[in-house]
Structures are given as C-alpha cells and as structure tokens.
Ligand binder design. Structure first.
Ligand code: AP5
Length: 218
C-alpha cells in the first residue's frame, strides 16, 4: 500500500499514520519528523530548514523532494509506505509522481483528514511531544500518565516551537494556499478520499481504513 495522508496542521496525520503502520506493516515517512531530527542533530539540512519551520513556513520544495527521493528507496519502503506531511505543494506532488514512476510504482490512495479551524488551533496549542522518542500527547484528549513526562521513557515533554499561536496561524495559511489545492490534483487522478478528522482517534481510524481501496486494505 502506498498512501498519502493530507490535512491541515494538527489534523491527526501523525496519529493515524502510526496506526496504519501498525496495522499494515508500512514504513512511516514523515517529512516533519525527518526535518526535526535533522535540526536536533545540527546537520546541514537541519540548519537550512530551521528558520522556515520555526516561523511556520514551508521548507523549499527542492529540500523536501530530495529527502523523499532518498527515503522511498530505503528497503523498508518496499512493502509499502504512508506519507505524512508530503506532498504539500503541487510541484512536490508532481515530483512524487516522477520519483514513483522511476521506481516502477504509483500511489494507491490519498486520504484527506478534514478538521475545522478551531480544532486545528486546539490540537496544536494543546500538543506536547517527547524530544527523545517522538511520542505526542494532547493535554486534554490524550494526556501522559504523569503530567509533563513521556510515558515511554520519562523524558520531559516539550512544546514544538511552531505550536505557538502566531506560528499556527502561519501554518494554517500555508496549508490553505499551497496544500489544499492538492485535493483537486488528486481528485483528478481518481485517488482522493476525504474523512472527518474531528471525531475521536479510534473513529477516525475506522473511517480511514474504510476509505482505503479494498484491493490494498484487506
Ligand atoms: P509537520 O510535522 O508535518 O506538521 P503539520 O502538518 O503541521 O502537522 P502536525 O505534525 O502539526 O499535525 P498532525 O496532522 O500530524 O497531527 P497529530 O497527529 O500530531 O510539519 C512541520 C513543519 O515542517 C512544516 O510547517 C514545514 O515547515 C516543514 N515541512 C514538513 N513537511 C514539509 C513539506 N512536505 N514541504 C515543506 N515543508 C515541510 O495530532 C495533533 C494533536 O492532536 C496531538 O496532540 C494529538 O494527540 C491530537 N489528536 C490527534 N488526533 C486526534 C483526534 N482524533 N481527537 C483528538 N485529539 C487528536
């Protein structure tokens, strides 16, 4: 299964991608996670990406397309993958089609997780993440067992720099302007499915699985 998850910031792409990975044994390819890891490691890619990410802007297409071109060739992607946060612009989507064609492959489905603007604000402002293992929590909907620390490894939880109100606004604007047009792009290719992401995670997952083509979701 080769799948793209689309959706505004905080729609639940990461949350649902982890469940899909568990159910179908897919590789989880999150450009946001890859870029945050590069920043933490202080690599050249991280240094280039940091300024864009901290202010809630998209990183230039050529940087992320380069990441994806390399990542999709890794052995774990052979059995299928879920792309979380990529593509985010029409040029990225066109580049993805070319990369996959070069590998003799194509996408099976694109699922857009739709949520209201108020949900975007709530989910992002209330999110806390573990800088060590990447686990995410929501202060109200999915709190850690012990306040402020990760259930998996006891590390102190942090708020992402782009989860502050000004940056959330910018990320929403970037989504509307540059990413939402991808719905029309994929609708035209007959690949787009849309699910309501405003429900509890288990319900969203059931709808998501139900929206996948039967040939790949059995
Ligand atoms: P990225 O990390 O991809 O951020 P995003 O798209 O803004 O998405 P988020 O990670 O904020 O949210 P999500 O949809 O995964 O939701 P989550 O499951 O965490 O990108 C960050 C930055 O990197 C970008 O701004 C850009 O600068 C750069 N970048 C990345 N990819 C790029 C690309 N392709 N091109 C250019 N630049 C790129 O859930 C959010 C919260 O809600 C959590 O607290 C969770 O517990 C909670 N939650 C989730 N689902 C539910 C539910 N159903 N009910 C209640 N709570 C829920």
């Amino acid at each position: 299964m080769k799948l793209v998850l689309l959706g505004p910031p905080g729609a639940g792409k990461g949350t649902q991608a982890k469940r899909l990975v568990e159910k179908y044994g897919l590789a989880h390819v999150s450009t946001g996670d890859i870029l945050r890891a590069a920043i933490q490691q202080g690599t050249k890619l991280g240094l280039e990406a940091k300024g864009f990410m901290d202010r809630g802007a998209l990183v230039p297409d050529e940087l992320v397309v380069g990441i994806i071109r390399e990542r999709l060739q890794a052995p774990d992607c052979k059995a299928g993958f879920v792309l979380d946060g990529f593509p985010r612009t029409v040029p990225q989507a066109e580049a993805l089609d070319r990369v996959l064609a070069g590998l003799g492959s194509r996408l099976d489905a694109v699922v857009a997780i739709d949520v209201s603007d108020q949900t975007v604000i709530d989910r992002n402002t209330q999110r806390r993440s573990c800088p060590k293992c990447g686990a995410t929590y929501h202060l109200v909907n999915a709190p850690p067992q012990k306040p402020g620390v990760c259930d998996n490894d006891g590390t102190a939880l942090v708020q992402r720099p782009d989860d502050r109100p000004e940056q959330i606004k910018k990320r929403m604007a970037e989504y509307r302007e540059k990413t939402e047009p991808l719905k029309a792009f994929y609708r035209k290719q007959g690949l787009l499915q849309e699910v309501d992401g405003g429900q509890p995670p288990d319900d969203v997952f059931a709808r998501l699985v139900g929206a996948l083509p039967r040939a790949v979701s059995r």
